[in-house]
Structure formats: C-alpha cells, structure tokens
Design a binder for this molecule. Structure first.
Ligand code: ADP
Length: 269
C-alpha cells in the first residue's frame, strides 16, 4: 500500500488557482514540418469554477487539456496544478499527480463491464495499491445521483448513468481538477444534460474545479466561462453566456480568416 501524495499548500502567488498556465507553447516536430499546437497560452482556472474550452478542430483544445493535466509536456512555459509546478516533475511525479490530483472523463465511459458501479469507481485506486474506503465510494456515487445503483453493472445502466459512474471514478480521489474531453459527446441531449447538471452541482456544492473541452454550445452554457482557442491561442472568452451567444461566437471564430492574437484571456484572471 502506498500513501496518498500529500497535497502541498497553494502558493501565495496563486492561492485560488486550481490550474495555471503561463506562456505555455507546445510544438510538434521540427524545421519546416513543425506544428505549433499551443502558442504562448496563459490562462488561470480558479478553484471551484467550471470552464469550457471551445474552438475549431485543430485549434489546440486536446493539447491544452493534456498539458494542463500532466499527460503531455509543453515545449516551453509553466503549468501549475494545485500549487505544484509540473515542469520539473519526473515521470514518476507526473504519474502520481495524474493518479491523485487530477480526474478525467472522456467521451467513452471506459467502464469494465464485469464490475459493478462501485467496483469500477474503486478500481483505479485498487490497481495503484491504495486502500479504498467503501464509505468514500458510496459518498461519491451518491453525489452523482447513483447511490441506489452501486451494485449495478454497466449493462444495467443507461449511457448517462454510465458516464456518471465514470465521473464518480474520476472524483473519488478528490482531485484538484476534473478534466472532461467531450464528456457528453456520446450521449443524447437529455442524458447529456443529466451529466452536465451533475458537473455543475459538483462545482456549486463541492467546490470542484472543472475544465471541459466541448464543441456543443448547450454543454458549454453550463460553464461559468467559455474560453475560445484559434490556432493554438486564446482569442477571447464569454462569462455566464447562453447557448445562442456561444454558438454565435463559434460561427464568428470559424469564419474569421486570420485570428487576432489578442490577450483578452492571456493575462491571469
Ligand atoms: P483540437 O483538439 O482542437 O482538435 P489538437 O490539440 O488535437 O486540436 O491539435 C492541435 C494541432 O496540433 C493540430 O494541428 C494537430 O494536427 C497538431 N497535433 C496534435 N497532436 C500532434 C502530434 N502528436 N504530432 C503532430 N502534430 C500534432
């Protein structure tokens, strides 16, 4: 059994930031074939807030998520998660950070079909040799509205319920931040709204920080803030916007031939 990684106190420089990116760039390849997936991105994601990240295909959304979560290393710049600077961390340090301090949900639920909901929630910690308190597993299943379904297997649950099991699995370690990569992309609009309502509730009631990539303006409207990326750079944001306003902004983004390299959200906010 290994002990959980202790959470260092947040630094005085950014006491309320769950995630902070400063001048982050990510380039793939070299020379004439180099692609700049992220270009000098500075963004602050305050604790207890819900941010949606939107932009055209290829604008750098996945790369942003992967760099912010310690799944990928930026070419330059700094990423801090919960006060920890990721730049100098070893591979082992990054693995521990991803295990203990970061949660992920993807479009596919990735549940093991032979395990019950509670066994799926506990599995990642068990695989890491960690003790999994049953009370914590039940608590987090209750938080996602599945307290009565703990013994159900994935096939006995709807798509929305399966995604809520995946949410519970991502939240069981009380991560500093929950990342979602199109978490409602495989769901119909009604079950998608159920999952979004759970995410919103985790932010409002539990103070969870959520960062979600989505192409769906209705999903993004559940967020406090929508950050728009074009060509690897933030080009602006909307706060507490409705789906129509977000959809309109997306249309403007994709039809703008040359994206302005503004710093509207480039300064920590
Ligand atoms: P999005 O998620 O917005 O579709 P990505 O972050 O996947 O955008 O990609 C941003 C840019 O970086 C694209 O031009 C993509 O082709 C490029 N890219 C992403 N990953 C790699 C990689 N592993 N190797 C080379 N280029 C990549």
């Amino acid at each position: 059994m290994t002990a959980p990684t202790p959470k260092p106190p947040a630094t005085s420089a950014a006491p309320t930031a769950a995630v902070q990116l400063t001048a982050v760039s990510r380039r793939y390849g070299t020379g004439g074939h180099a692609v700049t997936a992220l270009d000098d991105v500075s963004l602050t994601f305050p604790r207890g807030t819900f941010t949606a990240v939107m932009g055209p295909s290829g604008s750098g959304k996945s790369t942003l998520l992967q760099c912010a979560a310690g799944l990928d290393r930026p070419t330059s710049g700094s990423v801090r998660v919960g006060g920890t600077e990721l730049t100098g961390l070893s591979e082992r340090g990054l693995t521990l950070l991803r295990r203990d301090r970061v949660g992920f949900v993807f479009q596919d639920f990735n549940l093991l079909p032979s395990l019950t909901a509670e066994q799926n929630v506990a599995l990642p910690l068990r695989l890491a040799g960690r003790r999994v308190p049953g009370a914590r597993v039940r608590e987090v299943l209750r938080q996602v509205g599945l307290g009565e379904r703990a013994r159900h297997r994935p096939a006995q649950l709807s798509g929305g319920q399966q995604q809520r099991v995946a949410l519970a699995r991502a939240l069981v370690t009380r991560p500093d931040v929950l990342f979602g990569d199109e978490p409602t992309g495989a769901l119909d609009s009604r079950t998608g709204r159920e999952v979004l309502a759970v995410l919103r509730g985790m932010v409002d009631r539990e103070g969870q920080t959520v960062i979600m990539v989505t192409h769906d303006p209705v999903a993004a409207a559940h967020a406090d803030r929508v950050v728009f990326l074009v060509d690897g750079h933030p080009t602006g944001h909307l706060t507490a916007a409705d789906a129509d306003t977000i959809a309109h902004r997306m249309t403007t983004l994709t039809t703008t031939p040359e994206s302005p390299r503004t710093t509207e959200v480039a300064t920590p906010c």
